[in-house]
Every structure is written in structure tokens, then in C-alpha cells.
Design a protein around this ligand. Sequence first.
Ligand SMILES: Cc1cc2nc3c(=O)[nH]c(=O)nc-3n(C[C@H](O)[C@H](O)[C@H](O)COP(=O)(O)O)c2cc1C
Length: 178
Amino acid sequence: MKVLVLTGSPHLQGTTSFLADEFCDGAKEAGHEIVRFDTARLDIHPCIACSHCLKNDGKCVYDDDMSQVYPHLLTAHIVVLVTPLYYFNMSAQLKRTIDRFFSVDSVLLKMSKKLYLIAAGGVKDNWAMDTLKVNFHSLCHYLHWQEGGMLLVLGSSSRKDVENSKYQKMARNLGSGL
Ligand SMILES: Cc1cc2nc3c(=O)[nH]c(=O)nc-3n(C[C@H](O)[C@H](O)[C@H](O)COP(=O)(O)O)c2cc1C
């Protein structure tokens, strides 16, 4: 299957990038095709709600790096969102990417896909991931996509907190079990 991984951290060697690497390695070993975009490194303009796409066959007013993402978003069977917890939600870098789904919304709504979520945050309390979980459920509900699975890692402020931990294996298993 084709798997689109969208990461949202500016740290290429950080906590969530490490978990994404493990997930991708597991998925590759299981024979899946992986396409990964580290969205914080891309030039992606936030949606300005200008409705240009609604009047122009889904073409966004911005011709930026989303043009690399769209073809894979439309053809992937599985989409994986990977984000550090920023103020108890996904990072702005990932959110701006998801907001740009808007221009292809009508197509996405008719497609059968599975969504996964991988997130890490420094706080140890269970409630810290509540907003992110609701957001994930809402996205699946709205897009009519199947909920694949979530790996939510609490108490992890940096990469060393997840390296050689049970979360490393869990991320790999999530990928190999697709
Ligand atoms: C702007 C900012 C906001 C953050 N907000 C939260 C938060 O609300 N809850 C939390 O548990 N950790 C928070 N953190 C900590 C990060 O989620 C944590 O360090 C994570 O491991 C970073 O992952 P990364 O290395 O993949 O970017 C925040 C960090 C930053 C820079």
C-alpha cells in the first residue's frame, strides 16, 4: 500500500522525527511504499479562506510546496500525521498543511483512506493529548476515513526519551502492522 507520512516538527533529529523513522522502517520492511514530507521544511502557506479553489476546480491561489504533497495525498491509501505536542495540539506547521487539504476536500471525502497519528509531548499527564485525540477522531469522522491507530507518547521532551524505549518498538510495530 502507499503510505503518506506528514511530519510537523522543525527538528529533523527530534523526538517525533525519530518515531516517524521507526514507523517508516517498519512499514518499508512490511513492503509498503512510503512517501514522507517533513512539512516544517516546506514552503506551505496557510489557507487564507479566499475561496479561489472553490471557483477554480480545486486549484489553490498559492503555487507552493503543497503542489508536491497533493498528488501523494490523493493517491495514498494511508495517511500518517506525526507531530510534537505544541500547546496541547498539533504543531502549526502540520496544521497549516492539513488546512490546505481544503482545496481538494470534495475529492478526499469520496476516497477511502486510513489515518494514523503519532505524537509526543513533554508533559506526563494523560489529559495532555485530549485535544489531539478529539481532533484525530473529528478528522476521520469528517473525511469518512477509517481510524488506523494512534501512538501518543507522554513525558518525552527530546529524542533521548524515546530512543531505546518501548515507544521505539511501538512506532516500528505500528508501521510493520499496517
Ligand atoms: C512551542 C512549543 C510548545 C510545546 N507545547 C507542549 C505542550 O503543550 N505539551 C507538552 O507536553 N509538550 C509541549 N512541548 C514540548 C514538545 O512537545 C516536546 O519537546 C517534543 O518532544 C518535541 O518533539 P520534536 O523534537 O519532534 O519537535 C512544546 C514545545 C514547544 C517548542
